[in-house]
Design a protein around this ligand. Structure first.
Ligand code: NAP
Length: 248
């Protein structure tokens, strides 16, 4: 039987690249999305064209009640769950902290940290061998903004991603004896739609050359590392986070 992966925010960008590469690696794929059903459908069609099963699952991970239901629907569809990529995320419009509204700060922390913690909690509830599951892998999508402290107008985002790094270490150690590996990735400047949400014009073009490698990265370059972490090749890797950032 093939393996199953649930990718939150699988409709676009890095999550979509993970869905495609996971299908190539033989996974059936649950593509979660928030609002872009069209994009989720297109990713699912690509997964199916690669000969794997796909389902699109709408759920706003910022809504705590939607998360158990998201997992239920995935498991109902495929009969199991082997890996979860905790990837859905948003970024604040660049601004000094002193100029940000409480609503904007809460939105970023809710979606980038609280929801990621709730997705992680649900993943453990479903996969832990101590809770009747068969084990699995959880990959948390952090950002270089955590260690760079969100300097440049992204303090809420950087702080939320710092929380993700702590989640990866703490949970990885907590469930290491329960058949679950918990790993993280800190992408650098990656060419996806999220760049437009920062409000910075031509962010890739402007900042790409400042990366030590002299360019921004692609969603596929991040997804390759996700797939490696999900694989048995990373069988002794847990409670740690890998930078995929061209040296940034
Ligand atoms: P993206 O292209 O903007 O895609 C974001 C994805 O997340 C979409 O699939 C979107 O769904 C989904 N999403 C957003 N809010 C959601 C919610 N409340 N519930 C469910 N899904 C939601 O962004 P990306 O660059 O691929 O980012 C993916 C992850 O990588 C994020 O966690 C981001 O912080 C992280 N990251 C990105 C970069 C970068 O430079 N691109 C760098 C470091 C870290 P819809 O399509 O339905 O809107």
């Amino acid at each position: 039987m093939s393996k199953v992966v649930l990718v939150t925010g699988g409709s676009r960008g890095i999550g979509a690249a993970v869905c495609r590469l996971a299908a190539k690696a033989g996974y059936d794929v649950a593509v979660n999305y928030a609002g872009r059903e069209d994009a989720a459908r297109a990713v699912a069609a690509e997964v199916k064209a690669l000969g794997r099963r796909a389902v699109i699952l709408q759920a706003d991970v910022g809504n705590a009640d939607a998360i158990p239901d998201l997992f239920d629907r995935c498991i109902e569809e495929f009969g199991g769950l082997d890996a979860v990529v905790n990837n859905a995320g948003v970024i604040n419009k660049t601004a000094p902290l002193a100029d940000l509204s409480v609503e904007e700060i809460r939105r970023i922390v809710d979606i980038d940290l609280t929801s990621a913690m709730l997705v992680a909690r649900e993943a453990v509830r479903r996969m832990s061998t101590a809770r009747g599951g068969k084990g699995g892998v959880l990959v948390n999508m952090s950002s270089r903004a955590s260690e760079l402290a969100g300097v440049g107008g992204f303090i809420p985002y950087g702080a939320a991603k710092g929380g993700i790094d702590v989640l990866t270490i703490g949970l990885g150690r907590e469930v290491a004896g329960e058949g679950i590996r918990v790993c993280g990735i800190r992408p650098g400047l990656i060419d996806t739609d999220i760049q437009n949400d920062t409000g910075v014009e031509q962010r890739m073009e402007r900042f790409g050359p400042t990366v030590p490698m002299g360019r921004g990265g692609t969603a596929d370059e991040v997804a390759e590392t996700v797939l490696w972490l999900m694989s048995e090749k990373a069988s002794y890797v847990t409670a740690t986070t890998i930078d995929v950032s061209g040296g940034r």
